[in-house]
Design a protein around this ligand. Structure first.
Ligand SMILES: C[S@@+](CC[C@H](N)C(=O)[O-])C[C@H]1O[C@@H](n2cnc3c(N)ncnc32)[C@H](O)[C@@H]1O
Length: 247
Protein backbone atom coordinates (compact mmCIF):
# COMPACT_ATOMS: atom_id res chain seq x y z
CA UNK A 1 0.00 0.00 0.00
CA UNK A 2 2.68 2.47 1.09
CA UNK A 3 4.78 1.41 -1.87
CA UNK A 4 2.01 1.93 -4.39
CA UNK A 5 1.17 5.34 -2.93
CA UNK A 6 4.79 6.35 -3.19
CA UNK A 7 4.88 5.19 -6.80
CA UNK A 8 1.76 7.14 -7.74
CA UNK A 9 2.99 10.23 -6.01
CA UNK A 10 6.30 10.00 -7.89
CA UNK A 11 4.48 9.51 -11.13
CA UNK A 12 2.08 12.40 -10.91
CA UNK A 13 3.62 14.98 -8.65
CA UNK A 14 6.63 15.05 -10.94
CA UNK A 15 4.51 16.60 -13.68
CA UNK A 16 5.15 20.26 -13.27
CA UNK A 17 3.62 23.41 -14.62
CA UNK A 18 6.04 26.13 -15.47
CA UNK A 19 6.19 28.72 -12.73
CA UNK A 20 7.45 31.77 -14.53
CA UNK A 21 6.04 35.20 -13.72
CA UNK A 22 7.07 37.65 -10.99
CA UNK A 23 6.73 40.98 -12.71
CA UNK A 24 6.49 42.68 -9.33
CA UNK A 25 9.69 43.27 -7.35
CA UNK A 26 10.82 40.43 -5.12
CA UNK A 27 9.78 41.07 -1.52
CA UNK A 28 12.43 41.91 1.08
CA UNK A 29 12.63 41.46 4.83
CA UNK A 30 15.16 43.42 6.91
CA UNK A 31 16.53 44.75 3.63
CA UNK A 32 17.29 41.26 2.27
CA UNK A 33 15.42 39.34 -0.47
CA UNK A 34 13.11 36.76 1.11
CA UNK A 35 13.77 34.21 -1.60
CA UNK A 36 16.97 32.49 -2.59
CA UNK A 37 17.72 30.74 -5.87
CA UNK A 38 20.13 27.80 -5.90
CA UNK A 39 21.50 26.09 -8.96
CA UNK A 40 21.98 22.75 -7.24
CA UNK A 41 18.61 21.64 -6.02
CA UNK A 42 16.07 18.82 -5.81
CA UNK A 43 14.62 17.91 -9.25
CA UNK A 44 11.15 17.97 -7.65
CA UNK A 45 11.60 21.64 -6.86
CA UNK A 46 11.83 24.90 -8.78
CA UNK A 47 15.22 25.90 -7.33
CA UNK A 48 13.62 28.73 -5.34
CA UNK A 49 13.87 28.61 -1.55
CA UNK A 50 11.87 30.36 1.17
CA UNK A 51 13.09 30.16 4.77
CA UNK A 52 15.33 27.24 3.79
CA UNK A 53 12.49 25.26 2.15
CA UNK A 54 12.60 24.51 -1.55
CA UNK A 55 9.31 25.16 -3.33
CA UNK A 56 7.88 22.18 -5.26
CA UNK A 57 6.67 22.19 -8.85
CA UNK A 58 2.95 22.80 -9.31
CA UNK A 59 0.94 19.65 -9.97
CA UNK A 60 -0.42 19.95 -13.52
CA UNK A 61 -4.12 19.52 -14.29
CA UNK A 62 -3.20 16.43 -16.35
CA UNK A 63 -3.07 14.62 -12.99
CA UNK A 64 -6.55 15.78 -11.94
CA UNK A 65 -7.90 12.20 -11.80
CA UNK A 66 -5.24 11.33 -9.25
CA UNK A 67 -6.75 13.87 -6.83
CA UNK A 68 -10.02 11.91 -6.95
CA UNK A 69 -8.42 8.50 -6.27
CA UNK A 70 -10.67 6.39 -4.02
CA UNK A 71 -7.98 5.57 -1.44
CA UNK A 72 -7.89 9.22 -0.30
CA UNK A 73 -11.03 8.43 1.72
CA UNK A 74 -8.89 6.13 3.85
CA UNK A 75 -5.56 7.97 3.80
CA UNK A 76 -6.75 11.61 4.06
CA UNK A 77 -10.14 11.24 5.83
CA UNK A 78 -11.70 14.14 3.88
CA UNK A 79 -15.08 13.98 5.62
CA UNK A 80 -13.45 14.13 9.06
CA UNK A 81 -11.25 17.01 7.85
CA UNK A 82 -14.20 19.21 6.96
CA UNK A 83 -15.97 18.42 10.25
CA UNK A 84 -12.79 19.28 12.20
CA UNK A 85 -12.74 22.68 10.46
CA UNK A 86 -15.47 23.71 12.96
CA UNK A 87 -17.40 25.76 10.43
CA UNK A 88 -20.58 27.72 11.05
CA UNK A 89 -23.50 27.54 8.59
CA UNK A 90 -23.00 31.12 7.33
CA UNK A 91 -19.20 30.97 6.99
CA UNK A 92 -17.43 32.03 3.83
CA UNK A 93 -14.61 29.56 3.16
CA UNK A 94 -11.82 29.81 0.59
CA UNK A 95 -10.37 26.49 -0.62
CA UNK A 96 -7.07 27.73 -2.01
CA UNK A 97 -5.33 25.44 -4.46
CA UNK A 98 -8.68 23.67 -4.76
CA UNK A 99 -7.69 21.35 -7.63
CA UNK A 100 -10.75 19.33 -8.66
CA UNK A 101 -12.74 20.53 -5.64
CA UNK A 102 -12.15 17.36 -3.62
CA UNK A 103 -12.59 19.38 -0.41
CA UNK A 104 -14.77 22.18 -1.85
CA UNK A 105 -17.75 19.86 -2.38
CA UNK A 106 -17.40 18.35 1.09
CA UNK A 107 -17.38 21.83 2.67
CA UNK A 108 -20.36 23.09 0.65
CA UNK A 109 -23.14 21.28 2.65
CA UNK A 110 -21.62 22.53 5.94
CA UNK A 111 -22.07 26.22 5.01
CA UNK A 112 -25.63 26.31 3.58
CA UNK A 113 -26.03 30.03 4.31
CA UNK A 114 -22.43 30.83 3.41
CA UNK A 115 -20.27 29.92 0.45
CA UNK A 116 -17.13 28.12 -0.66
CA UNK A 117 -14.77 29.96 -2.96
CA UNK A 118 -12.60 27.50 -4.87
CA UNK A 119 -9.39 29.28 -5.88
CA UNK A 120 -6.86 27.86 -8.31
CA UNK A 121 -4.40 29.15 -10.91
CA UNK A 122 -5.22 26.47 -13.50
CA UNK A 123 -8.38 27.18 -15.52
CA UNK A 124 -8.69 23.47 -16.34
CA UNK A 125 -9.12 22.71 -12.62
CA UNK A 126 -11.74 25.44 -12.26
CA UNK A 127 -13.65 24.04 -15.26
CA UNK A 128 -13.82 20.65 -13.55
CA UNK A 129 -15.22 22.33 -10.42
CA UNK A 130 -17.77 24.37 -12.39
CA UNK A 131 -19.02 21.31 -14.26
CA UNK A 132 -19.39 19.40 -11.00
CA UNK A 133 -21.07 22.36 -9.25
CA UNK A 134 -23.67 22.61 -12.00
CA UNK A 135 -24.27 18.87 -11.99
CA UNK A 136 -24.66 18.73 -8.19
CA UNK A 137 -26.53 22.06 -8.03
CA UNK A 138 -24.13 23.19 -5.31
CA UNK A 139 -25.22 26.80 -5.50
CA UNK A 140 -22.93 28.04 -2.75
CA UNK A 141 -19.76 27.07 -4.65
CA UNK A 142 -18.02 29.79 -6.65
CA UNK A 143 -14.72 29.64 -8.51
CA UNK A 144 -11.99 32.24 -8.58
CA UNK A 145 -8.93 32.17 -10.81
CA UNK A 146 -5.96 33.48 -8.87
CA UNK A 147 -2.46 34.19 -10.04
CA UNK A 148 0.75 32.67 -8.70
CA UNK A 149 1.04 35.71 -6.43
CA UNK A 150 -2.52 36.65 -5.54
CA UNK A 151 -5.76 34.84 -4.74
CA UNK A 152 -7.75 37.96 -5.79
CA UNK A 153 -10.00 37.52 -2.75
CA UNK A 154 -11.40 40.84 -1.48
CA UNK A 155 -10.17 42.24 1.85
CA UNK A 156 -11.75 40.85 5.04
CA UNK A 157 -14.12 38.65 3.06
CA UNK A 158 -13.46 35.13 4.38
CA UNK A 159 -13.94 33.36 7.72
CA UNK A 160 -11.71 30.40 6.97
CA UNK A 161 -9.09 29.36 4.42
CA UNK A 162 -8.29 25.73 3.67
CA UNK A 163 -5.08 24.69 1.92
CA UNK A 164 -4.60 20.95 1.43
CA UNK A 165 -1.41 19.64 -0.19
CA UNK A 166 -1.11 22.98 -2.01
CA UNK A 167 0.86 25.56 -0.01
CA UNK A 168 4.22 23.79 -0.55
CA UNK A 169 3.87 24.41 -4.29
CA UNK A 170 3.00 28.12 -4.16
CA UNK A 171 5.81 29.72 -6.15
CA UNK A 172 5.32 33.04 -4.28
CA UNK A 173 4.40 32.06 -0.72
CA UNK A 174 5.12 35.50 0.78
CA UNK A 175 2.91 37.37 -1.69
CA UNK A 176 0.21 34.68 -1.48
CA UNK A 177 0.13 34.76 2.32
CA UNK A 178 0.05 38.58 2.42
CA UNK A 179 -3.10 38.45 0.26
CA UNK A 180 -4.61 35.63 2.32
CA UNK A 181 -3.94 37.55 5.53
CA UNK A 182 -5.75 40.58 4.09
CA UNK A 183 -8.64 38.47 2.81
CA UNK A 184 -9.31 36.96 6.25
CA UNK A 185 -11.76 38.65 8.58
CA UNK A 186 -10.22 39.51 11.98
CA UNK A 187 -10.22 36.27 13.98
CA UNK A 188 -10.45 34.28 10.72
CA UNK A 189 -8.56 30.99 10.44
CA UNK A 190 -6.16 29.26 8.07
CA UNK A 191 -6.30 25.48 8.11
CA UNK A 192 -3.11 24.17 6.61
CA UNK A 193 -2.81 20.49 5.78
CA UNK A 194 0.52 19.10 4.64
CA UNK A 195 2.16 15.66 4.75
CA UNK A 196 4.34 15.26 7.84
CA UNK A 197 7.89 16.33 6.99
CA UNK A 198 9.28 14.95 10.26
CA UNK A 199 8.18 11.41 9.44
CA UNK A 200 10.41 9.40 7.06
CA UNK A 201 7.75 6.66 6.94
CA UNK A 202 5.26 8.92 5.14
CA UNK A 203 5.73 7.74 1.53
CA UNK A 204 5.75 11.15 -0.12
CA UNK A 205 8.61 13.06 -1.72
CA UNK A 206 10.46 15.45 0.57
CA UNK A 207 9.35 18.66 -1.13
CA UNK A 208 5.71 17.63 -0.86
CA UNK A 209 5.88 17.46 2.94
CA UNK A 210 6.30 20.12 5.62
CA UNK A 211 7.35 20.06 9.25
CA UNK A 212 5.28 21.86 11.88
CA UNK A 213 8.29 24.08 12.71
CA UNK A 214 8.65 25.17 9.11
CA UNK A 215 4.92 25.78 8.66
CA UNK A 216 4.79 27.83 11.86
CA UNK A 217 7.76 29.96 10.80
CA UNK A 218 6.17 30.72 7.44
CA UNK A 219 2.65 31.40 8.72
CA UNK A 220 3.88 33.51 11.64
CA UNK A 221 6.03 35.56 9.24
CA UNK A 222 2.75 36.38 7.45
CA UNK A 223 1.27 37.73 10.70
CA UNK A 224 -0.82 34.69 11.61
CA UNK A 225 -0.93 33.26 15.13
CA UNK A 226 -0.48 29.56 15.84
CA UNK A 227 -3.71 28.18 17.25
CA UNK A 228 -3.48 24.40 17.41
CA UNK A 229 -2.77 21.12 15.69
CA UNK A 230 -5.25 18.27 15.52
CA UNK A 231 -3.74 14.80 15.37
CA UNK A 232 -6.25 12.58 13.64
CA UNK A 233 -4.81 12.22 10.14
CA UNK A 234 -2.71 9.14 9.32
CA UNK A 235 0.01 10.93 7.32
CA UNK A 236 -0.65 14.68 7.46
CA UNK A 237 -0.57 17.61 9.85
CA UNK A 238 -3.86 19.48 10.38
CA UNK A 239 -2.66 22.90 11.58
CA UNK A 240 -4.80 25.89 12.54
CA UNK A 241 -3.59 29.51 12.44
CA UNK A 242 -5.56 32.66 13.26
CA UNK A 243 -5.59 36.24 12.14
CA UNK A 244 -5.44 38.33 15.33
CA UNK A 245 -8.64 40.21 16.17
CA UNK A 246 -6.90 43.57 16.28
CA UNK A 247 -5.26 43.46 12.80
C1 LIG B 1 -1.73 18.93 -5.31
S1 LIG B 1 -3.09 19.95 -5.81
C2 LIG B 1 -4.18 19.79 -4.38
C3 LIG B 1 -5.62 20.09 -4.72
C4 LIG B 1 -6.63 19.99 -3.57
N1 LIG B 1 -6.33 20.90 -2.50
C5 LIG B 1 -6.73 18.59 -3.05
O1 LIG B 1 -6.23 18.32 -1.94
O2 LIG B 1 -7.30 17.74 -3.76
C6 LIG B 1 -2.50 21.61 -5.64
C7 LIG B 1 -3.30 22.66 -6.38
O3 LIG B 1 -2.79 23.96 -6.01
C8 LIG B 1 -2.87 24.80 -7.13
N2 LIG B 1 -1.96 25.96 -6.95
C9 LIG B 1 -0.61 26.00 -7.04
N3 LIG B 1 -0.16 27.24 -6.81
C10 LIG B 1 -1.26 28.02 -6.56
C11 LIG B 1 -1.44 29.38 -6.24
N4 LIG B 1 -0.43 30.24 -6.13
N5 LIG B 1 -2.71 29.82 -6.04
C12 LIG B 1 -3.76 28.96 -6.15
N6 LIG B 1 -3.64 27.66 -6.45
C13 LIG B 1 -2.40 27.19 -6.66
C14 LIG B 1 -2.51 23.90 -8.29
O4 LIG B 1 -2.95 24.43 -9.51
C15 LIG B 1 -3.21 22.59 -7.89
O5 LIG B 1 -4.51 22.53 -8.43
Amino acid sequence: MARSLSFLVSLFLGIGMSCTSAQSPEPKRDGKPVYETREKHDPDGIGKFYMGREIAWVMGHQAAAWLERPDREETELPQRVVVEMDLKPADVVADIGAGTGYFTFRISPLVPQGKVIAVDIQPEMLEIIEERRDRLKARNVVTLRGTEQDTRLPSESVDAVLMVDAYHEFSHPVEMMAGIFKALKPGGRVILIEYRGEDPDVPIKKLHKMTVDQARREMEAAGLKWSRKKDFLPDQHFMVFEKPLNR
